[in-house]
Design a protein around this ligand. Structure first.
Ligand code: MN
Length: 465
């Protein structure tokens, strides 16, 4: 069973010694991020009473690091790690419409004269960030033409007491905004902070426009997501979120936003960007604020899982021999893809390399391996490259393609791509490519042959002169 609220997941982490609790008085400026970053991959951290310098911060705890590895994500969905991609794919193919409720926990407290830094504990995360940022907010908006909602996570700069700068890539939210702006209208938005891992994950689904990502969350939960209408606009938000900021993306307004640290572990630059006017903040009783430290495992995995699920689905349409894919940590869970295949023809891996580049522009390197290689283990993949790859014939380079603008080695996003066929030949003879194996090495019973024996005594280890 999936965990359906932030609090139920935090209780699970606490019960299993994976929720560290910081002492009171941790500074929202850098200290909070530094502590969370040092626990990254090990534990989530709860900050019960952070402060800002000598000033009192709002009496709202902060949490960071909700998911540290794929196992945690699987657990939050109530499944085994090997089932995560199939589960996510199934949720995208069978979305579950949400259910609207009038009585929502997130409306237990309504602030109609909002002051962002007075009301919420918003951290300053990184050395060169341009001030405090909301980094774990689900931005929800309705298509002004169809009424269908969209969910995305965008970085939000605090620009004033009731003003935020936003970075929008040219995707669905930006499309809605452009349609509203063309009519001279503001676009109503809501920002949900403090949701369960499945809802966070669903916000990153790679689905078409007019496909409400909250319906993926419902499918992951196994029951419709409870939503409620905002108090100042028509956007529907998760009813069990900790905090919702209601506002409007203003037409014909651009202000400076950035720099802010992004997933590649480099800064995304400053620029003149769109602005959200904040109209209200609503919260649960005693809310918890969630923040994502840039390029922490939480940040990387929330992007990786939906991408992998999409990539494997797209590849399998053309190549039924594709078995599994993995976006590796060293490739910041975006740029480096390993593909596991059951190879039946020479040449096929190069078709798969070409196909993989077409699934997402961010992908910069593809390594194709055989079915005996563990794509989730970078040592196993490197072993395949070391022993089954020859650069002269197995390397594919594509120059001048579209890549990720946040990769600083690209020419403003124009990037070279590299593919490696690290598979064995289909036809092999004798002991060619036969992997060394000791009969019995996989048998746990071998361990009992040690356990019962006496320990080594001095006589056995004595030098004999
Ligand atoms: Mn969308």
């Amino acid at each position: 069973m999936a965990y359906r609220t932030l609090r139920s997941w935090l209780r699970r982490l606490a019960q299993t010694d994976r929720l560290a609790v910081a002492e009171p008085g941790v500074d929202l400026d850098f200290e909070l991020s530094a502590i969370a970053k040092r626990q990254d991959g090990e534990k989530a951290v709860l900050f019960p009473a952070p402060k800002r310098g000598q000033a009192n911060a709002p009496n709202v705890p902060v949490v960071s690091g909700l998911v540290s590895d794929r196992g945690w994500i699987a657990e939050s969905l109530g499944i085994a790690p090997s089932e995560v991609l199939a589960k996510f794919r199934d949720a995208v193919e069978n979305p579950l419409p949400w259910r609207e409720v009038a009585d929502a926990p997130v409306h237990q407290n309504v602030i109609r004269d909002p002051d962002l830094l007075r009301d919420l504990p918003i951290p300053l995360h990184n050395e060169h960030d341009n001030g405090p940022y909301i980094s774990a907010g689900l931005i929800i908006a309705r298509n002004p033409r169809t009424g269908v909602q969209n969910v995305s996570i965008n970085r939000l700069q605090i620009s004033g007491p009731d003003r935020m700068g936003i970075l929008m890539l040219p995707r669905h939210l930006h499309n809605f905004y452009a349609a509203a702006e063309a009519e001279g209208d503001a676009l109503e938005v809501a920002i949900a902070i403090g949701v369960d891992p499945a809802t966070l994950l669903s916000s990153q689904a790679i689905v078409p426009i007019d496909f409400d990502e909250l319906e993926v969350a419902g499918a992951l939960h196994g029951e419709p997501l409870r939503v409620t209408k905002c108090v100042t606009n028509n956007v529907r938000v998760p009813a069990d979120a900790e905090i919702v900021i209601e506002g409007r993306l203003l037409p014909n307004v651009r202000e400076m936003e950035g720099p802010f640290a992004e997933f590649p572990q480099y800064y995304g630059p400053a620029g003149r960007r769109e602005v959200i006017q904040v109209d209200a903040i609503t919260t649960r009783k005693n809310p918890i604020f969630h923040t994502i430290v840039s390029a922490a495992m939480e940040h990387l995995l929330l992007g990786a899982i939906p991408r992998e699920a999409t990539i494997v689905a797209l590849l399998q349409r053309s190549f039924p021999g594709v078995l599994d894919v993995h976006l590796s940590r060293g490739g910041i869970c975006r740029y480096h893809l390993a593909v596991k295949i059951k190879k039946t023809n020479e040449g096929e891996p190069k078709n798969i390399i070409a196909g993989a580049f077409s699934t997402h522009a961010d992908i910069k390197q593809v390594i194709v391996v055989d079915e005996d290689v563990d794509v989730h283990d970078t040592v196993s993949v490197e072993w395949a490259v070391a022993t089954r790859f020859q650069a002269g014939k197995d390397l594919v380079i594509i120059q001048g393609a579209l890549g990720s603008r946040l990769d600083p080695s690209t020419d403003d996003g124009i990037s070279d791509k590299m593919g490696m066929d690290a598979t064995m030949p289909v036809k092999r003879e004798g002991l060619d490519y036969v992997v060394v194996h000791v009969p019995g090495e996989d048998d746990p019973k071998m361990d009992s042959r040690i356990a019962g024996a006496a320990t080594a005594n001095d006589a056995m280890l004595q030098e004999e002169n």
